[in-house]
Ligand binder design. Structure first.
Ligand code: GDP
Ligand code: MG
Length: 437
């Protein structure tokens, strides 16, 4: 038995909330095949109906045939493949993995376990954008190689979406207190590449296109420059592969089932190059441990990662952004709020220190009011989104919570001041005693 797809992150019908099927995940990641071997997780992500599941099935086929040179031509694909061709049930989002980990031996002799992952997102309306962000960010965080599956070309929208997924993924990493914020390898896989006369299909053509697209230059808007810098910083390795069209039989033939003789010849040629590029043992990228620097992650750790990130996302659910702009507003507001809070404290500290002793209550309060006013003004001045009416809800919400934090920390200033006053009174009393004596 060669395996079957196992849903590990599923969406509940009624609430649309995502749930982790931890038993299913453990059944794969804690299996004897994985043992304590390093794990490679290869995932395919991107919008619907663009041939992702079809590709993951080719990866399964390569693994089942142990990477033999004629892996594609052998008819040994298991019956229970990842469902492809979409259909109505294609509207749900979630993550599936192949039930059987595949063990490969690297040239060094080290054995690694390969986990194949198929994901689904919708990328269309706002709610599903939220869900897609969740799925994609979770994929980036838990895989060592993410294939970002795109149609025709790499468009600015695709890059912006990717930035959203990265930002959100990074937020989840921060909230679990991890130092390393980089993701591992990302492969832009462009299906039905539209400009083969300018840039030929394949890896080298892809590299040229990606270099061109990701180059920062002065003619770009600052936001677009930042986007490119962000992406370079977020990934250890960025690659691109340009795929030819699958062939017309895929859409015309009723009995099309993906056999190689139904596919366009050029497409087959490139499948034979692409799949080993991803899975040949000498190229396999191991999932890095989050806790132990420089060490590969084990199955046990990967289960923990899924659990932790699912929790982090759940905690952040109300801030799960619906659009790219919204997440930028959120991140900027949070950062500016942090700065403003520090400003409040440092202004208070310097006012109080300048005084040199405890303050009358009314004076302390007036220092507080001034410092708070300055901090809020700084928040509004530095937050580039504070002047936009359309985005005021998030900006206001973060400002409110800044005010609350300031009021709370003022409480500690009052307490400290009271203690100091009490101490001074005691010292004064002692001095008076001494004077009398
Ligand atoms: P998914 O929703 O992204 O997982 O897409 P599927 O793998 O289910 O495939 C959806 C449809 O796209 C199927 O009819 C496939 O035959 C077809 N398909 C698969 N690969 C390609 C490709 O590279 N180009 C085109 N145009 N269609 C493809
Ligand atoms: Mg699919």
């Amino acid at each position: 038995m060669s395996g079957r797809p196992v849903p590990i992150v599923v969406q509940k019908n009624d609430s649309r909330e995502f749930e982790l099927d931890e038993d299913a995940l453990r059944s794969v990641l804690l299996s004897p095949e994985v043992g304590d071997k390093p794990v490679c997780v290869v995932a395919v992500a991107g919008a619907f109906r663009q041939g992702k599941s079809f590709l993951v099935n080719q990866l399964v086929k390569y693994c089942v045939n142990k990477g033999s040179p004629n892996w594609l031509d052998t008819p040994s694909l298991p019956n229970a493949v990842f469902k492809w061709r979409g259909g109505i049930e294609g509207e749900t989002t979630g993550i599936n993995i192949w039930s059987k980990p595949f063990v490969f031996t690297k040239p060094s002799g080290e054995k690694v376990a390969v986990i194949l992952m198929d994901t689904q997102g919708t990328f269309d309306c706002q709610t599903s954008m939220q869900e897609s962000t969740f799925i994609f960010a979770l994929t980036l965080l838990t895989s060592s190689v993410t294939v970002y599956n795109l149609m025709y070309n790499i468009k600015e929208d695709d890059l912006m979406n990717l930035q959203t997924f990265c930002t959100f993924g990074t937020l989840a990493q921060n909230s679990t207190n991890q130092n390393s914020c980089a993701f591992q390898k990302l492969l832009f896989l462009v299906r039905d590449w539209s400009f083969p006369t300018q840039h030929p299909y394949g890896h080298q053509g892809g590299k040229n296109v990606l270099d061109k697209i990701l180059t920062v230059n002065e003619n770009q808007e600052p936001a677009h420059q930042r986007l490119r810098e962000d992406l370079h910083q977020s990934f250890e390795d960025l690659e691109c592969y340009l795929m030819p069209h699958i062939g017309l039989r895929a859409s015309r033939d009723k009995d099309f089932d993906g056999r190689p003789n139904q596919l366009d010849e050029e497409f087959v040629e490139h499948l034979k190059q692409l799949v080993p590029r991803l899975l040949a043992p000498e190229r396999l990228v191991e999932k890095r441990s989050a806790a132990r620097r420089g060490q590969p992650a084990t199955g046990e750790e990967l289960v923990r990662l899924f659990r932790t990130y699912m929790e982090a996302f759940r905690e952040n659910k109300e801030v799960l952004p619906t659009t790219l702009v919204e997440i930028m507003v959120r991140v900027t507001s949070d950062e500016t709020s942090k700065m403003a809070f520090e400003l409040y404290k440092s202004t208070m500290d310097s006012k109080i220190q300048a005084h040199g002793r405890s303050l009358e209550g009314f004076l302390l309060y007036s220092y507080h009011s001034e410092s708070k006013r300055e901090a809020i003004a700084a928040y509004d001045k530095e937050n580039q989104y504070a002047r936009s009416k359309a985005l005021s809800a998030t900006v206001d919400k973060v400002r409110k919570s800044l005010e609350t934090r300031i009021e709370e920390v003022f409480g500690t200033y009052v307490l400290k001041n009271n203690n100091m006053a009490m101490h001074e009174a005691r010292e004064r009393a002692k001095a008076e005693e001494r004077a009398k004596a």
